[in-house]
Design a protein around this ligand. Structure first.
Ligand code: 8YV
Length: 318
């Protein structure tokens, strides 16, 4: 009998979907209109869960899966899974550690360049025919902010933070970072206090885990970043007080923001739609064929290993 696996978010790579279907009985919870009825029908037989980093799984759903052995997160963030609860119940939680580092770092740099060079605004300027039909071509577009040499402050110097640092350093950017403590063997400047880091940076890039669930970037930090400063978030929306960010952008208290993640995805504060100082992405930092294939393979390995009685390599619980 194939193990039954509850699927809480879609898998976009066809070969990974096929492999999952071959190995397991997949139960696509995320597609169900009546989720409660679906859980009632299948919950008792579920041995594994596949979910996304942002989606995670609630305790309420987990509580209805008495035979569950593993929650395989198709992502690196496990903040939407109650790890303490899973540990208590002996449920393994796995993440696709290392698989998406390069893509997330690439997007962080791409987003920052897009924001400070006004790439999306310029694209719209061309696309809408304004360039072609303007009496004074280029005149209406303000000059942009140079990226090379910007002072970069990285919040969270884990795998992604370090990959961002390597890339930014190649553009001649001085790097500072904050983390729970200074990291041994790292040459970048450590700044313990986030507000101080913001004050010393032209751009703050968020690459931290959000397990604490706290909005660490608030009005105070944004004020310190200042009217020439940019905020980039490729981590989690909940790391930022979104109301404070919107207010700071509207009042010009920061120069711009580039956001891949939001507090209540897919809801994005609508006032940002018309704001040319902001570059918006629908949580796509890991969304390349190559990375999603690697992530999918790791998810499959987590399930296979667990059901075979082996500890999966990306296990974050035990
Ligand atoms: C993914 C993520 O988009 O890694 C994470 O924690 O949030 C993202 O990389 C998501 O997990 C895909 O399902």
């Amino acid at each position: 009998m194939k193990p039954e696996v509850l699927q809480l978010s879609p898998i976009l790579i066809p070969q990974i979907r096929e492999r999952l279907e071959q190995l397991f009985v997949m139960r696509p919870y995320y597609q169900q209109a009546d989720k409660a009825a679906y859980l009632k029908e299948h919950g008792a037989n579920i041995r594994g869960v596949v979910t996304g980093g942002h989606t995670g799984i609630t305790r309420e759903v987990l509580a209805q899966l008495p035979r569950v052995e593993v929650v395989a997160v198709n992502g690196v963030g496990t903040d939407a899974v109650d790890l303490a609860y899973c540990r208590d119940l002996g449920i393994r939680v796995t993440a696709t550690i290392g698989a998406l580092t390069d893509d997330v770092a690439d997007l962080a740099i791409g987003l920052l360049i897009a924001a400070c060079r006004g790439l999306c605004t310029s694209d719209r300027y061309v696309r809408t025919g304004q360039w072609q039909h303007s009496a004074t071509p280029l005149a209406p577009l303000p000059l942009a902010r140079q990226f090379s040499g910007m002072r970069i402050g990285i919040v969270g110097l884990g795998r992604v933070g370090r990959a961002v640092a390597t890339r930014a350093a190649a553009f001649g950017c001085p790097i500072s970072y904050t983390d729970l403590q200074a990291i041994d063997g790292v040459d970048y400047r450590y700044v313990a206090d986030l507000t101080e880091l913001a004050r010393d940076s032209d751009a703050l890039i968020l690459a931290a885990a959000a397990d604490g669930g706290k909005a660490i970037v608030d009005a105070h930090v944004l004020e310190a970043l200042g009217p020439e400063g940019y905020l980039v978030n490729v981590a989690r929306g909940k790391l930022v007080n979104e109301d404070d960010l919107v207010a700071a952008l509207q009042a010009g208290r920061i120069a711009g923001a580039a956001l891949d993640v939001f507090v209540d995805e897919p809801r994005v504060p609508e006032v940002l739609f018309g704001n040319e100082q902001v570059v918006l992405q629908p949580h796509r930092a890991s969304a390349t064929v190559q990375t999603r294939t690697r992530m999918g393979e790791m998810v499959i390995a987590s399930l296979v290993d667990t059901f075979a009685g082996r500890k999966p390599s990306g296990c974050v619980t035990r």
